[in-house]
Write a protein that binds this ligand. Structure first.
Ligand code: B4P
Length: 189
């Protein structure tokens, strides 16, 4: 199986590139952000709980997102592999993912980390806020809080995957196709 963790700060291009990689390698795309937004849309209890965190730019509790990923792995037992987009975001989530995959006799192949400077991140998110109307993209202080949360809680996962010799840096600045070529290069080599 090919199991890729697509990593990076908010607005780095994870969602954008995950869709392209899914097509290229015939993978199942699991975006915790998309799954949570769907729960909010359906007005489920989980969605209502998640919304309170997301509108502030905070992370949703680990047990909620880990539970979502566990059930998706259970539903997709005979696939080529997964692209994990926006998950894991904490050490606890990364450990849970390793354990879940191991119980399915599988493991993470590579972690690809999209690197984009803060100025460009904010510009992209503000633009998406105008285009899509996503609530957490509209308010600058929420956007900054997401970046701070990433630096504090999520960025340490680089060391976690480096320790497993699975951490690969990818320059996220450039056209979407240029970034896609760089990602494919890292997957194939
Ligand atoms: P996500 O949905 O993961 O959103 P994100 O971090 O903003 O990243 P993303 O995928 O969106 O954006 P992309 O870079 O593709 O998370 C939202 C919230 O959900 C979190 O804040 C958190 O509250 C919660 N959550 C999700 N997962 C969680 C977890 N595991 N644990 C706890 N909480 C969790 O794209 C950004 C924009 O840039 C797009 O408009 C795109 O068009 C543009 N873009 C992309 N590539 C570009 C390029 N090369 N050049 C120019 N623009 C580009």
């Amino acid at each position: 199986m090919l199991n890729i963790v697509l990593f990076g700060p908010p607005g780095a291009g994870k969602g954008t590139q995950a869709i392209k990689l899914k097509e290229e390698y015939n993978l199942v795309h699991l975006s915790t952000g998309d799954l949570l937004r769907e729960e909010i849309k359906q007005e489920t209890n989980l969605g209502l709980e998640a919304q309170a965190y997301m509108t502030k730019g905070e992370l949703v509790p680990d047990e909620v997102v880990i539970g979502m990923i566990a059930s998706k792995l259970e539903q997709n037992k005979t696939v080529n592999g997964f692209i994990f987009d926006g998950f894991p975001r904490t050490t606890e989530q990364a450990e849970a993912l390793d354990n879940l995959l191991s119980s399915h006799n599988s493991s993470i192949t590579k972690m690809l980390s999209l690197e984009v400077d803060d100025e460009e991140l904010v510009a992209r998110i503000v633009q998406r806020g105008k285009d899509s109307g996503r609530e957490d993209d509209k308010n600058e202080s929420v956007i900054f809080n997401r970046i701070i949360t990433y630096n504090k809680k999520t960025s340490p996962l680089k060391a976690y995957y480096d320790h497993q010799a699975k951490y690969h840096i990818v320059d996220g600045i450039g056209s979407m196709d240029e970034v896609f070529e760089r990602l494919k290069d890292k997957i194939q080599n």
